[in-house]
Ligand binder design. Structure first.
Ligand code: HEC
Length: 145
């Protein structure tokens, strides 16, 4: 290790990028891919929650949280503070759900309520900033409702 700290740091950054940690989403295609990942991960979590497999729900939830957070700089770069706020709220709702699922004994009603808060936070942004696109299914709304 001595004498080569820069190479070590670079390797770590590349590794973290592969895991989707601290990675920025840039451009509509990447944003779309990110959202599809968030959606698929949340579906997997919902399935696990449905069968009360709370531990199993945590991994896809962590993934969706990480990828959703990585889309925030896109809104910041495009100057959409309202969407930045909704992104923060959705990430916070995912964190709150993770806390509920981290309890020694998970309260099923609290888990359902926390999950509903997550989907509400997703829907709030979709209602304002998502619109149907005949080619790609969905796209970012150019002007919010
Ligand atoms: C800050 C705004 C915002 C938040 C929060 C948000 N989304 Fe999205 N999402 C969008 C926009 C804008 C689109 C449409 C653009 C696109 O699909 O590329 C979208 C599209 C999607 C799509 C469709 C992708 C496709 O094209 O098939 C899914 C699935 C999705 N989001 C899931 C989620 C889930 C699940 C959450 C909550 C955990 C969430 N989103 C939170 C803005 C947001």
């Amino acid at each position: 290790m001595t004498g080569r700290p820069a190479a070590w740091v670079a390797a770590f950054v590349v590794g973290a990028g592969t895991l989707g940690i601290a990675q920025k989403v840039i451009g509509p295609e990447e944003f779309d891919r990110a959202m599809k990942t968030v959606g698929a991960a949340l579906e997997a979590a919902e399935e696990a929650l449905g069968s009360a497999s709370y531990g199993d729900a945590k991994t896809p939830l962590a993934l969706s949280r990480q990828v959703l957070a990585s889309t925030r700089p896109e809104w910041e770069a495009n100057g959409v503070p309202d969407a930045v706020r909704m992104n923060r709220e959705a990430v916070a709702a995912l964190d709150a759900l993770d806390r509920v699922l981290s309890a020694a004994t998970v309260d099923p009603a609290a888990a359902t309520a926390a999950y509903d808060n997550v989907t509400r936070a997703c829907d709030a942004c979709h209602a304002a900033y998502r619109e149907g696109d005949p080619e790609t299914g969905y796209r970012i709304r150019s002007a919010p409702r």
